[in-house]
Design a binder for this molecule. Sequence first.
Ligand SMILES: Cc1ncc(COP(=O)(O)O)c(C=O)c1O
Length: 393
Amino acid sequence: MAESAQQARRRGGIYLDFQATTPLEPRALAAMMPYLTEKFGNPHSATHRFGWEGKAGVDVARKHIAALLNAAPEEITFLSGATEANNLALKGVLEAAPETRRRLLIAETEHACVRETAAYLATRGYEVTLLPVDGDGLLRLDALEAALDERVALVSVMLVNNEIGVIQPLAEVARLAHAAGALVHSDIAQAAGKIEVDVQALGLDLASISSHKLYGPKGIGAIYVRKGVRLAPQIHGGGQEAGLRSGTLAPFLCVGFGEAAKIARERLTDDQAHVAALWRQAVKALEQSGIEWRLNGSATQRYFGNLNVSFPGIDGARLLADLRGFAVSSGAACASSVGKTSYVLEALGVESRVAQATLRIGFGRTTTADDVTEMTAAILKAVKAQREASWRQ
Ligand SMILES: Cc1ncc(COP(=O)(O)O)c(C=O)c1O
C-alpha cells in the first residue's frame, strides 16, 4: 500500500473504517498516471490514436471488472459510483417495466441510496415494500415469499451489509423472485472484491459496484446489467456506454478501478483470511475482557472485515470521544445527542439505548494485529472507566 500502517498512525490514528472507504492501491495509481498525462484522448473519439488509446484502457478495465463478477464485459457499464448505480437500477427497471408491474421490494436494511430512491419512487406512484430481517440481520425469506406477486417488477437486496457485514441469502432471493417473474438487483458495493461474487451463480439481473470500496479511486463505479435486461437510462446525452449512461468516460478512473478489481481478484483468498484472523483476534479480546458487549449481525453468515459491536449501559458519544486515536465509525448508528439510532440496528431489534453505544470497526489490507491489540485495549479501558465512574456516582 502507498502508506504503511505506521505512517497512517503518525498522521492521525489507526484507520479502522474500511466500510467507509479504502486507500488506493499503489499499483492502481501507477496504472492511472499515464491516462492523466500523455494518454489524454477522449475514449469516444473513434477517428484517431489518442481516442483509441483511451478506449483501449477502458476496455481492459471493463474486462477486469467483468472477470471479478463472472460477467461479460458488455454487461458492465461505468458510472460515478454505487449511489448512481442503485438509482439507475431501481428507477431504470421500474420505468421500463410493463404497466402491470409497478411494485418494488427492498430489504429494510438497504443502504440509504437504495432506501431513498425507493422512497422517491413511492412518490411517483410505485408501490414499495420494505422486507424485514431477523435478529441476525438476515432477510426473512418467508416475508419475501409472502410479498411476491405478479405485480412485482424488481427485488433489491444487498449482498454484504455496510453496517453489520452480514451476507444475505441472495441465490435464494433470486430463485423466489424469478419464480414470480420479477428481476433481481443487488447492491454489491461492500461485497465485490471482498467475498466471491458470481453474478451468474447468484442469479442476479443487475448489480451495483463501487471502486473506492475495493482499493480503487473514488468517483467511479459500475452497474452490471445481464444481457437482455431492459432499463430506462437516467442520464441522456451523447449515448455513451451503449446509450445506458451518457457522458465522457474518465479513462484514468476506469483504469484505476479495473486494476484494483484485478488485484482484488488475485488477493481475494489472502485478504479474506487476513481480515478473518483480525476479527477472531478482536472477538477473543472482547470475550476474555469480562465487559458486557454484543455482536450485531450473524456471527457466521458474514464478511469478517466488519465487526459491529454494542456496549450496553455505555454512553456512545463518550466512548467515541475516548477512542479519538482510532478511525472507527458509529456505523451511522449513533447520533445519541439527538436520540437517533441506526435503522439497521433497529431492524434487528436492538434497543435504542444499546444501539447508541455501537462501534463499526472495519479491517482491511493495511490493518495489523498490533492495530487490533491497541484498539481492543483502548475500548476495554474506555468501557471500564465509564463503568467505574457510574458506580461511584
Ligand atoms: C452498500 C453501499 N451501497 C452504496 C454505497 C455508495 O457508494 P458510492 O460511494 O460509490 O456512491 C455505499 C458506500 O457508502 C455502500 O456501502
